[in-house]
Design a protein around this ligand. Structure first.
Ligand code: ADP
Ligand code: MG
Length: 330
């Protein structure tokens, strides 16, 4: 009844872009901040990491070595660079380090963009703005799921303003948006829906989605996602086309219809066949099955059920999603 989507890498492209990089410390140039961030991010698997490393390439800056990588799922990442601890991550992760953000720092990156803070040692040295776009088939997917009577929810670890921007593009109501949610709380959010009586499907791609995927009634991972998401999922889409979420739900519903039909026919068949095999027609009509004929009828029941199931291959017409949307690289 409810389909919950992760934002970063699931509804949005897995290749966001760095839009802003601002230095907050005289000792560090913008380029240096990008280099430090990229040094840490080379040890992670997050779309943000891809964006920062790509920005470095764009500026023709060499990547610097780092060691002792630590990933804080849903918060950020850290590593040792030139003997100093460099950390990158969200405002929430930063408050965990004891840094309080001033209004002027908070307003550097415009609402709607993901913010990544960079610290060296205990000092906040820079801030990076990252812009992420919706996948081209995201809106159509959400609309189609809603048309099927399903409740669509957006669940993200990113800040509220980014979630709101994405939600307004998708025309999701305010109540259907959960932002700044830590990975373990993502699972709790799913459990809360379940307690309200919803059957929940979760669609995700990241390490941070794994607990929520494990909690959901149906877990759907993108084939382009992380190994842990794929391992946890019940359904793995072959690529990153969101339209396949609609298709897999439709296929599941039609498969279930087949199961119902088959059960109905199997019961109907046996209700007639068993008394006949037992000789109910013998006194009135003189008809009785020999054991071999009865066995043939029994086998025919299985054949009819299997044939009806196989018909699904013809009856299920996949997607009227234009193929260009599916294959269009973002
Ligand atoms: P989502 O739920 O949208 O997939 P995540 O839970 O992965 O987002 O991340 C939440 C926030 O934590 C990000 O918006 C970012 O600010 C921060 N974050 C997570 N991982 C990283 C990382 N590798 N580098 C920098 N920041 C990160
Ligand atoms: Mg994600």
């Amino acid at each position: 009844s409810t389909v919950v989507f992760d934002k970063t890498g699931t509804l949005t492209t897995a290749s966001p872009q760095v839009t802003t990089c601002v230095s907050l410390s005289h000792g560090f140039s913008e380029d240096r901040i990008l280099q430090l961030a990229a040094a840490v991010e080379q040890g992670t698997h997050h779309p943000i990491a891809t964006a920062i490393c790509r920005a470095l390439e764009g500026r023709n800056l060499p990547i610097i070595d780092a060691e002792g990588f630590v990933t804080q799922t849903g918060l950020g990442a850290a590593a040792m660079v030139d003997g100093e601890r460099v950390w990158v991550g969200s405002a929430e992760g930063l408050s965990g380090c004891g840094v309080i953000l001033s209004e002027s720092v908070l307003s550097i990156i415009p609402p709607g963009e993901t913010v990544v803070y960079v610290t060296v040692g205990d000092e906040l040295v820079g801030v990076i703005g990252i812009c992420d776009r919706l996948k081209s088939d995201a809106k159509m997917t959400v609309e189609r799921l809603q048309k099927m009577g399903l409740n669509v929810v957006l669940l993200t670890g990113d800040r509220f303003s980014v979630a709101e921007a994405i939600a307004s593009e998708l025309q999701l109501s305010e109540g259907s948006v959960l932002a700044e949610v830590r990975p373990e709380d993502k699972a709790k959010a799913i459990a809360a829906y379940q307690q309200q009586g919803h059957r929940v499907a979760m669609v995700g791609d990241g390490i941070n989605d794994a607990p929520a995927l494990a909690q959901a009634d149906v877990a759907i991972a993108l084939g382009t996602g992380t190994d842990v998401a794929i391992e946890t999922a019940d359904i793995v889409l072959m690529g990153d086309a969101l339209g396949d979420v609609v298709e897999s739900i439709r296929l599941s519903q039609q498969t279930f219809n087949k199961i119902r039909q088959n059960l109905f026919w199997a019961f109907a068949y046996n209700t007639i066949g068993l008394p006949m095999a037992a000789g109910v027609l013998l006194p009135g009509f003189g008809i009785v099955f020999s054991p071999s004929v009865a066995a043939a009828f029994m086998a025919f029941s299985s054949v009819s059920v299997v044939t009806n199931s196989l018909l699904l291959r013809r009856q299920f017409t996949p997607a009227d999603f234009p193929p260009s949307i599916k294959s269009q690289p973002e």
